[in-house]
Design a protein around this ligand. Structure first.
Ligand SMILES: Cc1ncc(COP(=O)(O)O)c(C=O)c1O
Length: 346
């Protein structure tokens, strides 16, 4: 006997990266930011009053929408606030998909997409990710919801925005461009929102803005798409603390820029160092690296580092079993990782 729908009973559920309980570890397994968020975030939280907590928060997060619209050069009606980028994915799957309306994406990509398809009881049409992101195949499938992660996790690469524009023009359904890592990339797709009614861009405050613990993300799209998504969100999906903090964070673009620059500098250095240790490192437009272990056992390295309280990510998935995903840490963390890797390899 089961209490659940068949699909829930059968599915495995999303497996998050390991979260160690103590702080004295080197945690490079969840693509978090190693640098603190803007001090303005903590000032904004400290300024909240007891009345702010007594009352419900702004239902649509209008303060954040106004601030983000100004920074991103769009209108507030182009923005939906969500409880992390994952909440935007959930809402979007809820409004676009059912058992007759599949989603489509190229694999490997963010492992939450098939989980959400399972929960919603919709088919997830997967194509292997080719060099051009398999956009032509996705256009031919023309699913009610097509998801392209750009830059892609875990492969770190980025497709040209012109290619996504072409895909958007060929699709009759929604094109969700997951830009969770775009703060570390050279380009972004916001300009497509002005030209394509069917483009929805996902943004996260967890990566560039160092606020993974807060849970705040947002979507950018045409007012028509935003209005549809608004119907299916929880009434108060962003709480008073996350709205105040995220608003302060997005206003402090100088802080974002300075943290991103530090991470990009370390990304270059870590890429060089890992290459000299014998890894094949894919060029990255994100805050992590995917490194192929040449002539070594990726899983064994992952386990050996874990014993030294250094956490990186290993995926036992097709095409990834010889690779390690490493989040860019501080220079000190990266140095410790490199020293430990050298020992393990020796
Ligand atoms: C590709 C991708 N999209 C979306 C998210 C969701 O981010 P969050 O819910 O923390 O904003 C993540 C988180 O790791 C991710 O890797």
């Amino acid at each position: 006997m089961t209490y659940f729908r068949d699909t829930i009973e059968k599915m495995a559920g999303y497996v998050p990266g390991f979260q160690p309980k103590t702080a004295d570890v080197i945690k490079l397994n969840s693509n978090e930011n190693p640098w603190p968020a803007s001090p303005k975030v903590f000032e904004a939280i400290a300024e909240l009053t007891s009345l702010d907590f007594q009352r419900y928060p702004e239902a649509a997060g209008d303060s954040f929408r106004a601030a983000a619209a100004q920074v991103l050069n769009v209108r507030p009606e182009n923005i939906i606030c969500t409880n992390g980028g994952d909440d935007l994915l959930t809402i979007c799957v809820r409004v676009c998909c059912d058992h007759t309306r599949p989603m489509a994406y190229a694999q490997p990509t963010y492992s939450l997409y098939p989980v959400l398809a399972n929960i919603q009881g919709c088919e997830a049409v997967e194509v292997p990710r080719g060099e051009n992101g398999s956009l032509d195949e996705l256009a031919k499938i023309n699913a009610p919801l097509t998801i392209v992660c750009n830059p892609n996790a875990p492969t770190c690469d980025m497709l040209p925005i012109d290619a996504l524009a072409e895909l958007a023009g060929r699709l009759t359904g929604v094109l969700l461009i997951d830009e969770a890592y775009v703060d570390f990339a050279e380009d972004n797709a916001i300009r497509l929102v002005h030209d394509f009614e069917n483009v929805l861009i996902l943004r996260s405050m967890s990566k560039g803005y160092s606020l993974a613990g807060l849970r705040f993300g947002f979507g950018i799209a045409s007012p028509k798409l935003i209005a549809g998504l608004m119907k299916a969100k929880d009434s108060y999906n962003a709480d008073v603390i996350s709205l105040a903090a995220a608003t302060a964070a997005i206003k402090d673009q100088a802080h974002l820029k300075s943290n991103v620059e530090k991470i990009i500098a370390e990304r270059t250095r870590l890429t060089e160092q890992l290459t000299s240790l014998g890894f094949e490192v894919s060029p990255s437009q994100t805050n992590f690296l995917l490194s192929r272990c040449v002539g070594c056992d990726a899983k064994a390295i992952h386990e050996a580092l874990k014993k030294q309280n250094i956490f990186i990510r290993y995926f036992s998935l097709d095409g990834l079993t010889d690779k390690l995903r490493i989040t860019i840490g501080t220079p000190e963390q990266n140095d410790k990782l490199l020293a430990a890797l050298k020992d393990v390899l020796d």
